[in-house]
Design a protein around this ligand. Structure first.
Ligand code: GLN
Ligand code: ZN
Length: 755
């Protein structure tokens, strides 16, 4: 018999119960007991539901109050010294202090979990750090499930990935040098799990899909030999998010009972795996996509499973999602806002578990046992393949007509710069902002009223117009050179465009955890993308009518729209991105025709799309850069195209950013004290650039001197005629009380360097 298994279920609760209670707890409005009760209820409901659906291996330990990496470091007692923790067990206050900071010590760093939009707490390794079992969460949760009558499969993050994903503080220790002491704790945990009755444990080692230095590869041998020698429990070792490649043989040689492969991201590795897998191992097939919202193609997956069972026999095959279901929304049944047809194409975490069970039954009992389910699945896929809502021949045809010339502006930068100088007449070191101004209570209230039908479109529009006028007057008054309208009409930079584009849908409850209590609800790109009507022109035109200074049109770029959405899985991402790029191009041309002389196309997410393996970066960067260029290239030479980037370090892709050929880029850098500038020692950035001089993530108002100093530093590597003066990012999360003096100071700093 093949087994139906899961690697992890979302922990937020069907109605974001966890977020709500955790935040109440933080603000003192919920007791510790209420928090623990809510958490226990979510776990119980998840376990019972998965069990009832018919799963053979239900995970436990996948739950977390904040983050699984933080749980692992709590388990190990790897608490950095600054939290003053000296206890035996990590208490709730210390746990949340590490996540969010406390009066005593700032929070630990957070970073993206591989190429997902989930963020984990980065473990910090200090000299003299020792480990002991400082949280029994995993064993407790195993026992908790057992007392509900459910034998679960505990999940924990593996020792090598834990060390590899952490960072050394002050360069004092090599993380891997801590392995021995770490393994003692893991051995203790496995022993306790075995004593409690667990037959299997799932150990996640996602770093197996990365380019690994030899010493990390060696650490795998040591780790799993040690764990296997001392543990009386079967280990399922998982990899996900990409293929194992050169680490495949290494993985199969480890003394573990089963290995999990992501066959959604990397289906090509199955054949090699079937040839290489030793006789004694089980293969866990990650065939249901854990990272999107689409219903699986069960027939196609059954063919894959049969390839495996023919070679290995049913006893040696697990059926599983590609990765933990943490990255998909919880339950499609709650999605009452979507029409039936659209819903029939989709599956959230609960539905994905159901698919896994159906697949296992089809293999074990024969397809007749699940004939109805398979039929419904086939029908949904048949309509998806032909639906007019998805397939728009005009859009597809337009994409096929994209030619390389469409990636190029009408003239090279040097010529464009001249044309723009004449058209815009800007001073040296021009000042500008990134787009948004504070989203005040009043703006949000006006939007809420309008959405609830409490005010008319006319009233809402009038409020926004007043906001725009205020923003324009303020910018003129302090002497900014290139103005913005302030984006008060937008709740979110992707949603705003998705709502006006064909091919997008929005869920009511499709939340996924981004970090801690923060959840996001990405738009769903289900069909061919086109732009029925201008999206921003009226606002920009109005703003421009109020002033003689240039007002920047403000658009979100194709790569960012793609990256921050759930993307259809029935065509390459590149094709979807090209469709979006053409829609943005239409908007650029309409803005230009409406007299807008400067247009910014934001691409903050371009780096996030980078593949995990370096040898695939180039392929991605080529199409991502081309899509940006496609959206901008139709603009006349005298139209100045800006782009903006933030949220990441861009040093290692700076040349690709240069190839985007925006006339001006504004890029986050003040938060890292202009680390970005290091990149310009070797690489001569070709066009104009404004490294941010005002850290908008902090409520602190920077002084004129500080920003002047940053600009002078920038001038050491950037030519004066290239340098712009701007903040790190948009100002929508700040208040006017902070923004007014900060921008005044920024303009003054620019004036000083002009002298
Ligand atoms: N134009 C957007 C803003 O100013 C850019 C936001 C972003 O980079 N995330 O808000
Ligand atoms: Zn930004």
């Amino acid at each position: 018999m093949v087994l139906a298994t899961n690697l992890g279920f979302p922990r937020i609760g069907p109605d974001r119960e966890l977020k709500k209670t955790v935040e109440k707890f933080w603000s003192g409005k919920a007791s510790r007991q209420e928090l623990l009760d809510t958490a226990a209820a979510i776990r119980r409901d998840n376990w019972l539901m998965q069990k009832e659906l018919g799963l053979d291996h239900v995970p436990c330990g996948d739950f977390s109050l904040y983050d699984h990496m933080l749980d692992t470091l709590a388990m190990l007692g790897a608490v950095p010294k600054r939290y003053g923790w000296s206890g035996d067990q990590v208490d709730l206050d210390t746990y949340f202090a590490m996540a969010r900071g406390s009066a005593k010590a700032p929070a630990m760093e957070m970073t993206k979990w591989f190429d997902t939009n989930y963020h984990y707490i980065v473990p910090e390794f200090e000299r003299g750090m020792t480990f002991h079992l400082a949280s029994t969460k995993l064993v407790d949760e195993y026992n908790e499930a057992k007392s509900l009558g459910i034998r679960t499969r505990p999940v924990l993050l593996g020792p090598v990935s834990f060390l590899h994903l952490g960072k050394s503080i002050g360069g004092g220790v090599k993380p891997l040098s801590l392995l021995d002491s770490l393994l003692e704790v893991y051995i203790e945990v496995l022993r306790r799990l075995a004593d409690a009755g667990a037959g299997w444990v799932q150990i996640d080692e996602p770093c197996l899909v990365l380019d690994l230095p030899e010493e990390v590869r060696a650490a795998f041998n040591k780790t799993y030999s040690r764990l296997a020698a001392s543990a009386k429990i079967k280990i399922l070792l998982t990899s996900y998010f990409d293929e194992l490649r050169e680490n495949l043989d290494l993985t199969f040689r480890l003394p573990v009972a089963a290995v999990h492969l992501d066959l959604v991201r990397a289906p090509q590795q199955l054949e090699k795996a079937l040839a290489a897998i030793p006789q004694d191992k089980i293969l866990s097939l990650g065939v249901v996509d854990g990272r999107n919202v689409w219903r699986s193609d069960l027939d196609a997956i059954l063919r894959v499973i049969r390839m495996a069972t023919e070679k290995l026999g049913k006893e040696r095959v697990f059926i599983a999602p590609s990765c933990s279901l943490l990255h998909s929304p919880v339950d499609l049944d709650l999605e009452t806002g979507l029409d039936d047809e659209l819903r029939s194409w989709m599956a959230f975490a609960k539905q994905k578990v159901h698919e896994i069970v159906i697949l296992a039954r089809a293999v074990n009992e024969g397809e007749h046992a699940v004939a109805e389910e398979l039929k419904a699945n086939r029908e949904a896929h048949a309509t998806r393949r032909t639906s007019k809502r998805i397939h728009n021949p005009a859009v597809k045809e337009r994409v096929t007509r994209i030619t390389p010339e469409m990636f190029d502006r009408p003239a090279p930068f040097a010529i464009r710069r001249k044309a723009q100088e004449t058209a815009l007449g800007l001073p040296p070191f021009p000042t500008t902002t990134i787009g948004s101004f504070p989203q005040t209570k009043e703006i949000r209230a006006a939007r809420a009223d309008f959405n609830k039908g409490k005010s008319t479109a006319g009233q809402y529009k009038a409020t926004l117009r007043t906001e725009i006028e205020k923003a324009i007057r303020f910018q003129e008054e302090i002497g900014l050179d290139v103005l913005v309208h302030g984006e008060s009409e937008r709740s979110d930079m992707v949603e705003y465009f998705g709502e006006q584009l064909e091919g997008f849908a929005f869920t009511r409850n499709g939340w996924v955890q981004s970090y801690g209590s923060r959840c996001v609800r990405p738009p769903v790109i289900f069909g061919d993308v086109s732009r029925p009507e201008p999206m921003t022109v009226a606002w920009s035109k109005y703003a421009q009518s109020l002033t003689r200074r240039p007002v920047k049109g403000m658009l979100t770029g194709p790569v960012t729209i793609l990256q921050w959405s759930f993307v259809r899985d029935d065509q390459p991402r590149k094709t979807t991105c090209e469709q979006i790029a053409l829609a943005i191009l239409d908007e650029v041309l309409d803005l230009e025709a409406a007299g807008i002389k400067v247009i910014q196309i934001d691409e903050p997410a371009i780096r996030e799309g980078l593949p995990l393996r370096r040898d695939r970066w180039n392929d991605y960067l080529t199409w991502a850069v081309n899509c940006f260029r496609l959206s901008a290239a139709g603009a006349k030479s005298e139209t100045q195209i800006h782009t903006h980037m933030c949220y990441s370090e861009f040093n290692d892709i700076i040349a690709a950013i240069g190839r985007m050929d925006a006339d001006v880029i504004s890029i986050e850098s003040s938060r890292s004290k202009m680390e970005l500038l290091a990149a310009f020692k070797e690489y001569q950035y070709p066009n104009d650039i404004g490294p941010g001089v005002y850290d908008i993530h902090s409520p602190r108002v920077p002084t004129v001197e500080e920003m002047e100093e940053l600009l002078r530093r920038a001038l050491q590597v950037i030519a004066p005629e290239q340098l712009w003066v701007n903040p790190d990012c948009g100002l929508k999360t700040r208040s006017w009380e902070e923004v007014r003096p900060a921008l005044k100071h920024m303009v003054d700093a620019a004036r000083r360097i002009r002298m």
